[in-house]
Design a binder for this molecule. Structure first.
Ligand code: F6P
Length: 341
């Protein structure tokens, strides 16, 4: 077979582990040839690709980013996008395509699969919001980075008796905030899943600082919002392509807390640091397992599926079922996060 592979959407550590597994397993187990499309679906539309063999993926297992490049390009939303993609795949005799990305890239994959192209998707996003899988590539590394940042913020917060507001990524889900907030011992964790009441939080901080503490850490997911009708004027600004504007919610929360409590408050926005650097062993292994499973599925003639981690097992689930959905943090996890803060 001649297999194509692409990485679309936000990059993250663990992507190269998946590409490496596709190339190595494809070649060693089946004698497949592999081509890498540059910059996600854009490279497919433009016919921009490279032949990949084992020497091209030597030493990439730990490295962050993606050796193929990425872009936020969705052929089904671009004029002639789908035609261009189908033309390239047919002209290059691509027998099967492995699409590594978040819900945008996977949604496009389900659309291209409807045109008869053999496709298997691999979930990668630090947001961990892809429906159907317990874990997406990159989430584990992002949680590690955010938790380490919270450990660092603790020492300066305590030294200055301050309230520190730390904003983490995650789009419209609160996975990074919930996991890093729990692991980092935050006093308050704000997620999109549970709109917050700033007056309630301020009262809690005043009580806390009067009774037993002199500093507090607040983790805010970039997509968190105040409760409707609660006493905080906030309209979330919208960035390019409808994206979230980093720093907006954390600055607003910090301002309100400073006004209502008088406590010295500072903001830290972690931003793209959460997507950089080397992959944790968990993300290297997850990327490798998903890469192998995707090659096996295509080699068995399967299509329109996504690799998914369910407990300890890698399974294949229907791509159509997950496309366009956002996986939210479940109530039981939010309950525990709320109980310990
Ligand atoms: O989807 C991953 C992510 O990092 C989100 O957490 C964040 O909202 C967005 O991408 C940032 O996008 P960009 O890299 O285009 O600024």
């Amino acid at each position: 077979m001649r297999i194509g592979v692409l990485t679309g959407g936000g990059d993250c550590p663990g992507l190269n582990a998946a590409i490496r597994a596709v190339v190595k397993h494809g070649e060693l187990a089946y004698g497949h040839s592999v081509v890498g499309f540059r910059n996600g679906w854009k490279g497919v539309a433009e016919g921009d690709f490279v032949t990949l063999n084992r020497s091209d993926v030597r030493n990439v297992l730990p490295t962050g980013g993606t050796l193929l490049g990425t872009a936020r390009f969705h052929p089904h939303r671009e004029e002639n996008g789908m035609e261009q993609v189908l033309r390239t795949l047919r002209a290059e005799h691509i027998d099967g395509l492995i699409c590594i990305g978040g819900d945008g890239t996977l949604h496009a994959a389900s659309k291209v699969a409807e045109q008869g192209i053999k496709i298997v998707g691999i979930p990668n996003t630090i947001d961990n919001d892809v429906e159907g899988t317990d874990l997406s590539i990159g989430f584990h590394t992002a949680v590690n980075i955010a938790t380490e940042a919270l450990d660092r913020v603790h020492t300066t917060a305590e030294s200055h008796n301050r309230v520190m507001v730390v904003e983490v990524m995650g789009r419209s889900a609160g996975w990074i905030a919930t996991y890093s907030g729990m692991a980092g011992g935050a006093e308050v964790i704000l997620t999109p899943e549970e709109p917050f009441d700033i007056e309630e939080i301020s009262k809690y901080l005043i009580h806390r600082h009067r009774s037993h503490a002199s500093f507090s850490i607040i983790v805010v997911a970039e997509g968190a919002l105040p409760k409707e009708g609660s006493d905080m004027n906030y309209e979330a600004p919208v960035g390019p392509y409808g994206s979230i504007v980093a720093g907006a919610i954390s600055e607003a929360v910090a301002y309100e807390i400073q006004q209502r409590t008088g406590f010295d408050t500072r903001v830290t926005v972690l931003g793209h640091v959460q997507r950089g650097g080397v992959a944790t062993p968990t993300d290297r292994i997850l990327g490798s397992r998903f890469g192998v499973a995707a090659v096996d599925a295509l080699s068995q003639g399967k299509s329109s599926l996504m690799t998914a981690l369910r407990g300890e097992h890698v399974e294949l689930i229907d791509l159509k079922e997950i496309a366009g959905k956002v996986r939210k943090v479940p109530q039981d996890l939010l309950y525990v996060a709320g109980s310990l803060s």
